[in-house]
Design a protein around this ligand. Sequence first.
Ligand code: F3S
Length: 643
Amino acid sequence: MGQTLTEKILSAHLVEGEMVKGSEIGIRIDQTLTQDATGTMAYLEFEAMGVPRVKTERSVAYIDHNTLQNGFENADDHRFIGSVCKKHGIYFSRPGNGICHQVHLERFGIPGKTLIGSDSHTPTGGGIGMIAIGAGGMDVAVAMGGGTYYITCPKVVKVNLTGKLQPWVAAKDVILEVLKRLSVKGGVGKVIEYCGEGVKTLSVPERATITNMGAELGATTSIFPSDEITHEFLKAQGREDAYTPLCADADAVYDEEVNIDLSKLEPLAACPHSPDNVKSVSELSGMKIDQVCIGSCTNSSLLDMMKVAHILKGKTVNPDVSLAIAPGSKQVLNMLANNGALAIMIDAGARILESACGPCIGMGQSPNSKGISLRTFNRNFEGRSGTKDGQIYLVSPETAAISALTGVFTDPRTLGDAADITLPEKFTINDNMIVPPADEKDMDSIEVLRGPNIKPFPVSEPLAETIDAKCSLKVGDNITTDHIMPAGAKILPLRSNIPKISEFCFAVCDEKFHDRALELGKSIIVGGSNYGQGSSREHAALAPLYLGVKAVIVKSFARIHMANLINAGIVPLTFANESDYDKIDQMDELKIENIGKQIANGKVIKVTNVTKGFDFEVNADLSDRQKEMLYAGGLLNYTKQNS
Ligand code: F3S
């Protein structure tokens, strides 16, 4: 029986377990990436492991999230990361060099390799034929130390692309169509593999837009084959040597199949406040808008920017609209400056931002109250923009640019004939903002520079015999990591200071949670389905750990967040009968006796609601390794015990 591309790459990297769907497998990791918001913690964790030099083929630290410097905190963190990189063998992409996924695709990604990154949009690398997975910072730290990375052996979904996109219909519309069909939960436990004749019509940046936003499906990752188009892209990046042709076998067997005729797609928009709340742009056409933001790791490639410049050329941004554009990398910005496209954007009235995440992570450009903002980004969760009642619509760069001119939601197909915009044969290459690590022989002389913002991370205790604690918080369905640990310009600089950042934990749901949890000393959180969806941020586990949360009982978990809870030593449990969720109130006392033994004995665990006087069952769906990690009190304790 033939293999899918996913199976080929995973089995070539398999170090533990068997390729049985649904079982845990351990894989070797070739490359890692971090961004600064999660990276500071990941490098503190790496240091704690005591490994002198990274053992991966390539590890890169990017500074792209916390690039505003309103105080010393971000600058201190950047200096810390830079010095750790120099000492321990990691490449350091300086602030201004661009967004991690865009730069990694341009300069480091290699078809057929495995990559984990402490950022949920790491699957962008699938656009170049990598198995690229978003993970917690602790997992990345362990992988840098040469440790195995564990995942559930995924099901593989074939997305069969046929036809060719019509003029002004974009790669963004392809992934919005997939999200519309499969929903934000549709990819859980699965890899989305793109196949079919239509693949050949999509460039690498377009493929990367699609794999990037596969994260919004909850998928483990998404992947495209590596073919002549990948070859041309790598050649244009001066990295032809990195090319290997890769595709699924003709007789590969898939678990599910989705068929998309590219020629039938139309421009789409994800409406507030979920990436799967998709409508056609023509349905929304005419709605007045306040702001347009173009950029982010989803849509900031040279190709995207050239299309935007083409639409803006000789025109003026509508007087009622603020248009902000953040090219994805120094390479993109440099090329736009040299080919005149930047002047076109400036001339039209665009506000040019630095090559960084910027508004996507709430670093500036929050819309006005109730403001309607069209963004080419990947997430539109409530409050993420920094404006609580902001209405964020996710659209293609083409829809964004034309709407910025008209001041209303506008279907880009009204532009008429397609523009002939293709990738250059040669990109401008200048890696002077990527600092290589010091030679191994010099590493001892390098001092790691720590400012006062760098505080040690909280270490959890080995699992107690009994958890007897009050429910400090009860929340509903689809709680995102932005609810648990919000981002934004005020909060992000505190990412290396867990006691301080914990003050904002769940503040958007319940301002008193922080004080209540600290007062209780230990507690349990109860939630609904898809708990922890969204980003990979391990702070959404580390802040609750600091606040004494011992277990989280929910209807279902998002994959990365559940892994982060286990890494932090917090027990993730799911209701055996979802109706029991309704019988628990906040501040009820919940007791789990002999929890370690119960976990060891099997999946079903008894919990007593002491306040209301009834028992209910929960599931601990854990691998043996995850159980060991919980007994030890999290991944770091476990790694130390086993090294
Ligand atoms: Fe940055 Fe937003 Fe992507 S925060 S890494 S541009 S999802």
